[in-house]
Design a protein around this ligand. Sequence first.
Ligand SMILES: [Zn+2]
Length: 322
Amino acid sequence: MKAPGFMKLLAQLPSLNQPQRLQLLAVLHPAAGLDRVVALIAEIRAPRRRCPDCACERCHRHGQANDLQRFRCCQCGRTFNDLTGTPLARLRLKAKWLDYLAELLDSRTVRSAAEHIGVHRNTAFRWRHRFLHWVKHDRPQQLTGIVEADETFLLESQKGSRKLDREPRKRGGKAALRGISRHLDCILVARDRSGQTIDAVTGRGALKKSQLVQHLLPRLDPQALLVTDTNAAYRAFAGDHAIAHECVNLQAGERVRASGNVAIHVQNVNAYHRRFKEWLARFHGVASWRLPNYLGWRWALDGGRITSIEQLLRIAIRLIHI
Ligand SMILES: [Zn+2]
């Protein structure tokens, strides 16, 4: 539209009544959503824009495609856009992405998110896991000071699998085996007293020392004081790696113990387990292999750590801590 016509249109807007204003907003919303998300993607990726093939930082603009600017690498000639190589590459309906991120921030179920933003449920489900794919890697580099660690268990789920490797369960079923068995997924959570948290799905069954070496050791400050329950795996792990270690004997009813001026307990990490499970309940069972995505999602939301859709998009398309 030419400028004089646009000025005339603008001048008429104050005379709209409320239903008309709402209609106008509804018409503009998708286009505005697209403009905003495209601008944000460019802003997030520009500082680290490089060729996905040869990592060369020199590139020049090379037309537009799928609403995004394309670039051509000066060294190898490959063309790419700001989403090439990210989990969001080739995902469609960009105009709705920011609305979808708001649904993620609100922990909406697939059904409710799909209804709110007007996409198919399968799309909402696919988007959930594409958006969370890198979010789960956004973790603190290191836990320091007093570090509580404890494991919790969830009934393993093969939801969505075509082939089960066990007898099917009735809805809301229980594990067929008692105690900590191969029918339970073990989730290790470690949290320092500043609230930094890491977690890992260590596999089915009881926690092993080797899993602590794999998941906890790389993120544990060597000077940290590890606090756990009396599970022998932690004691052996701490002994092998010369990590200061204190236990609290939960089985004997001990909850808090003082050691010098330090309160020895695992209440922060147990509260984190509780919050995770309460939050997870709304999804009515999630497939075991997708658990890391849900843990990452929960960590983003916990304690109001991520509060805006811009922050969420930033970590969905830019690796921060790897
Ligand atoms: Zn290149």
